[in-house]
Design a protein around this ligand. Sequence first.
Ligand code: PLP
Length: 403
Amino acid sequence: MNYEAFFRSQLDTLHREGNYRIFADLERVAGSFPVATQHAARGKRDVTVWCSNDYLGMGQHPKVLEAMHEALDRCGAGAGGTRNIAGTNHYHLLLERELADLHDKESALLFNSGYMSNWATLCTLAARLKGCVVLSDTGNHASMIEGIRHSRAECQVFAHNDLADLRAKLAAIDPARPKLIAFESVYSMDGDVAPIAEICDLADEFSAMTYLDEVHAVGLYGPRGGGLSDRDGLSHRLTVIEGTLAKGFGVIGGYITGSVGLCDFIRSYASGFIFTTALPPMVAAGALASIRHLKTSSVERDHMHNRVARLRAALDAANVPHLNNPSHIVPVLVGDPVQCKSISDQLLDRFGIYVQPINYPTVPRGTERLRITPSPLHSDADIAHLVDALQAIWHELSIARAA
Ligand code: PLP
């Protein structure tokens, strides 16, 4: 077989569909977020990033940087091993305690990413609970889907946020079988939110466990930044709350929180936890500082939500169509992969604005979009510049405008 020809033909398909991904060569500039330096063939220049998941700019927060520098100097670069073999550092334990407290849970367990925490936990739970049926929202993230799939447990996919469909599926399952409902609080591509309380009600009625991915909500919602479950006083009703340290908290890593027994069970059985080197201590120290800060400071959250409202109002005034949702994510729908990439290229080339196009398979075909994430660090002038640029491009491309 000509392997190279195979690789090339697969890539050709992506090019033909307009779904080939190109990464912008950026260098974030600490102290100047959302500005980054773009390295391009023509040289270097400053651009404004409008699609970062460092939602609150914690990746440049002085407390976070100071904690990371200090831990780097104290402990060195890497963790030195898996958690089991020499890799557990005091910072990991401090961070796990902080996370358990953040979500009002008995215990927490760290992973190297949010992806790994979903994959390993869902896989281990569903595989080890004999006869388990997983009920998974259609909109769930790839990491959850892959984890469930790898468990080989039965999985029933319920329509997105559809309580009637979830109820019907739960009611049809043998009551004696273990059941796990897996869903997210904020869905990252449409920015819509789950009916968490109602799903917990169904879980109670049908004796199911609940697994909530709060990846796009931690740090951003709730009086202490514990996500939507924190905001709505629902943490105690969820079996597992999962999150990331990479988005609202601005660093890297993932985690689950739950009962002592559940976290110990995952710690003891999940291969995605056991067989990989632990996060560097400086990373744990940075995340710890970030969480501690956001537990007591609402300044960043409040200002971010203010920026979101301001951008939405400006887009409305300029007649640029965007999905209305109750979250901080502002999706501007394009509906065509080639046009979506072209708009993104023009924003970068002509206006120095970086918004990555979101195409299949991240979103279904025909729903390609620009996913804009305002941060507390975007100024009024940044917003005006973005909206003017979008309006100009929209006009030129004659894309259908909002009614
Ligand atoms: N869960 C959801 C809903 C996500 O959108 C993502 C990533 O974007 C993840 C989990 C993975 O988190 P991480 O980026 O920390 O691996």
